[in-house]
Design a protein around this ligand. Structure first.
Ligand code: ZN
Length: 423
């Protein structure tokens, strides 16, 4: 509609100009040497108009000719762009469909038409990975690392390759480079923490820890591995402050304090942790300087006072009393533990020992041993994340790698698988 109106308007203007020119009065005479030209003014005006139009068309034509190479280049670029975009789309589809050959071919075409852009390099790398062509993928990822705007993508890809190869040292280097290229990425933080745990770099893992449980466990492990005594003490104290109920943290701190000659403070640390969560290793540490059995029984009483009703305190008093020959006290404490609901294997074994010490190999001691077979499991280190049992404490779960995941507590199942029946 607009086009029709434009044509009508142009026609009206042309007619108006023609009518105006035809109506011009008078003549124009021009003389060129011996030639004299005489024409009507309307004809002369029309000639001038035509001359203007011809000159205008001529200059436009020259302009088009001069810009022809540039225009042709733009046409070529636009064509390459269309082809490249099509190849990118096809490569993405092939990657999504898991079509290795198509993905590599289309990624190669995309690079051919669009050049080495972050998108085409990433496509080429992913296509290489899909086809298990690690060399191709690595080359593309390395090209990406050379681009400031996409270096993180390159380091991320190389890091994943290093993790797949289980090349932890190379992975740690790449993780640091990726962090420098794009600080604060959440994924990278998890990877760095994972690598630090894998390589036993407790200090770095501690810097990346997100919970008090993880911080306590990692600081304790870092303290145990630290060569510098002052820094070891600082780390151990940090561990105990983060979680005073974690026995390994208390032991790490108390060990450092004892090494510094601060025995009363070391004992206070152990007693405080015993009041929160008793563990046999705490008692072993507290009683270690005492060798006389009676003195050990007295030292055990001092520790047990921090948590007198706990079954662990009862068992400690029973064991130390038995070692000191105080079988009556040992039986009394073991009975109290049993009456509090404890039905663990170690309790029945202890009762059997008490019976043995008092009366020799009697039916009562054999009955206690039989009870031990079907008793509850003794407490154990178990992961709060994957519930796997660990034979010994570690800063990270040996099964799932969760930092600070291991906690000391009652076993889950109630029966031991004992191959022989004691009679
Ligand atoms: Zn676990």
């Amino acid at each position: 509609m607009r086009r029709v109106l434009f044509v009508l308007a142009a026609g009206v203007v042309t007619l108006a100009i023609a009518w105006f020119l035809a109506g011009l009065p008078g003549h124009i005479t021009a003389r060129f040497g011996a030639i004299t030209v005489d024409m009507a003014a309307s004809v002369a005006a029309l000639g001038l108009l035509l001359a203007f139009i011809v000159l205008y068309a001529l200059f436009r034509g020259i302009g088009v000719l001069l810009r022809l190479p540039y225009v042709a280049a733009r046409w070529d670029a636009a064509r390459d762009r269309r082809r490249g975009d099509l190849a990118v789309t096809r490569a993405l589809l092939a990657l999504a469909a898991g079509d290795k050959a198509d993905a590599r071919r289309e990624a190669s075409r995309a690079r051919q038409w669009l050049g080495d852009t972050p998108q085409t390099l990433l496509l080429a790398a992913e296509a290489g990975r899909l086809a298990s062509r690690d060399d191709e993928a690595e080359a593309a990822f390395r090209r990406l690392t050379e681009r400031p705007d996409a270096a993180f993508l390159g380091y991320r890809g190389l890091l994943r390759q290093a993790l797949n190869r289980q090349d932890w040292s190379e992975a740690a280097v790449l993780a640091r480079q990726a962090e420098a290229a794009h600080p604060g990425a959440e994924w990278l933080r998890h990877q760095r923490a994972h690598l630090a745990l894998r390589s036993g770099n407790w200090s770095e893992a501690l810097d990346l820890a997100e919970t008090d449980a993880a911080r306590a466990a990692l600081a304790a492990a870092a303290a145990n591995a630290e060569q510098d005594p002052a820094r070891a003490t600082k780390l151990a104290r940090q561990a105990w402050k983060a979680d005073a109920s974690l026995a390994p943290a208390a032991l790490a701190y108390a060990t450092r304090l004892r090494a510094e000659g601060r025995e009363p403070r070391a004992q206070a640390v152990i007693r405080h942790t015993w009041s929160l969560a008793p563990h046999p290793d705490l008692a072993d540490f507290a009683l270690a300087p005492v060798t006389d059995p009676l003195a050990r029984a007295q030292a055990a009483q001092l520790l047990a006072e921090a948590n007198p009703e706990h079954a662990e305190s009862r068992l400690l008093l029973a064991r130390t009393a038995l070692a000191a020959g105080l079988t009556g006290e040992a039986r009394h404490q073991a009975t109290l533990a049993r009456e509090s609901g404890l039905n663990q294997r170690r309790l029945w074994l202890l009762l059997a020992e008490v019976e043995e010490a008092e009366h020799g190999g009697t039916e009562a001691s054999r009955a206690a041993l039989r009870r031990a077979i079907n008793a509850d499991h003794d407490p154990e280190w178990r992961c709060t994340e994957c519930h796997a049992v660990a034979l010994a404490w570690a800063a990270a779960c040996p099964s799932c790698g969760a930092a600070g995941g291991l906690r000391w507590g009652p076993a889950r199942s109630g029966f031991y698988q004992v191959p022989a029946v004691v009679s």
